[in-house]
Design a protein around this ligand. Structure first.
Ligand code: TYM
Length: 350
């Protein structure tokens, strides 16, 4: 039998812990890299406890070919490591190996309200006019995401801008659970959405997010693209005929130009203001080659290392398995306490 529930705690009692995840539902893009992966590495290097997950159970909310899913999960893990995640310092694993996620996800399905879920803009975008025909899992997706985070009592979640609403829902679920059961069990998580590239846009349309699911490969840079492809995509990126302005304000109604400036800033580790100061008055004929060179210099070593790691899939699986063991050791006692709080009998001898 598990220990009696220790409550209440105060939010201040939760130690700083970061959790974040990426879906292995396709190859990773420059958007994933700048909005998430690069920042995951920075957090690890700041010495905070970091837990990173390839969320394969989220991926199957839309159809995934089983062989491709396995391949993409390994490729995602290789991208994490190639980008600088050290599996000895961070916990790196795939979601389905730790059953606490699914278990807590179910409990949160019973905490979250239909109305909350119906307001999720990502669900509305993904379901489109087809909402009768999408999986039930796609609708419940944000409750599983809340479970991913709260199964670890994580306090901070680095993400791109598009995940903000899901994190607000995570807070709502944590607060409702605490109120319903009269406990102070779950922390209220803090989204970390910072830097110059929290929303990297399509290279073909500056009003659309760069996405692995966009039908046009020209719209994105993939972490598997070689140097030549990266250069070509940047040189062909949609822009306008004006030179770069001398203030950020001058980019206000120029989404494509703004996007390229943001990408440059994030890759260089500068602010967008600094990039504008350096390139004020420059034509795209000058700026695009500079951006292409910078992108190749930053991404090529990652792609090369990913390709090297992918030659040994058994080693990747070993790393994911070891990460899952460490993740389980944190999540299991937390989810066991949730069962106690909710009133479920836990009498098996284990
Ligand atoms: P996913 O797989 O769509 O994206 C992974 C991360 O990459 C960020 N991102 C971007 N950032 C900037 N510009 C872009 N164009 C761009 N595209 C993607 C996303 O914001 C995200 O941080 N629901 C999540 C996965 C998830 C998760 C979690 C995240 C599941 N459980 C728990 C954090 C915590 C998703 O679909 O991300």
């Amino acid at each position: 039998m598990s220990e009696p529930v220790q409550t209440p705690q105060t939010n201040a009692a939760f130690r700083p812990r970061i959790f974040s995840g990426i879906q292995p539902s396709g190859g990773l893009t420059l958007g994933n890299y700048l909005g998430a992966l690069k920042r995951f590495v920075e957090k690890q290097d700041e010495g905070i406890e970091t837990i990173y997950c390839l969320v394969d159970m989220h991926a199957i909310t839309v159809w995934q070919d089983p062989d491709k899913l396995r391949q993409q999960t390994r490729e995602g893990a290789a991208a994490f490591i190639a980008a600088g995640i050290d599996p000895a310092r961070s916990i790196l694993f795939n979601q389905s190996q730790v059953t606490a996620h699914a278990e807590l996800g179910w409990i949160f399905n019973c905490v979250a309200r239909m109305g909350w879920m119906s307001r999720m803009t990502q669900f509305k975008d993904k379901a489109g006019k087809n909402s009768e025909n999408v999986s039930l899992g796609l609708f419940a997706y944000p409750a599983l995401m809340a479970a991913d985070i709260l199964a670890y009592h994580a306090t901070m979640v680095p993400v791109g801008e598009d995940q903000k609403q899901h994190l607000e829902l995570t807070r709502d679920i944590a607060i409702k659970f605490n109120n319903d059961f009269g406990v102070d069990f779950f922390p209220v998580v803090k989204p970390i959405i910072e830097g110059a590239a929290t929303r990297v846009m399509s290279l073909r349309d500056g009003t659309k997010k760069m996405s692995k699911s966009d039908p046009s490969d020209q719209s994105r840079i993939n972490l598997t693209d070689d140097a030549d492809t990266i250069s070509k995509k940047i040189r062909k990126a949609k822009t306008d005929p004006e030179p770069l302005p001398d203030t950020l304000e001058g980019l206000k109604d120029r989404p494509e130009a703004r996007n390229l400036v943001n990408i440059y800033a994030a890759l260089a580790g500068h602010s967008a203001e600094q990039v504008i100061a350096d390139f004020a008055g420059a034509q795209f004929g000058t700026f695009k080659p500079a951006l292409a060179d910078l992108a190749v210099a930053k991404l090529e070593p990652i792609t090369t290392e990913m390709n090297r790691l992918m030659k040994d899939p058994a080693e990747i699986d070993r790393i994911l398995g070891e990460g899952a063991d460490r993740a389980e050791a944190i999540a299991r006692p937390i989810v066991d306490q949730v069962y106690d709080i909710v009133g479920m009998i836990r009498s098996r001898r284990r």
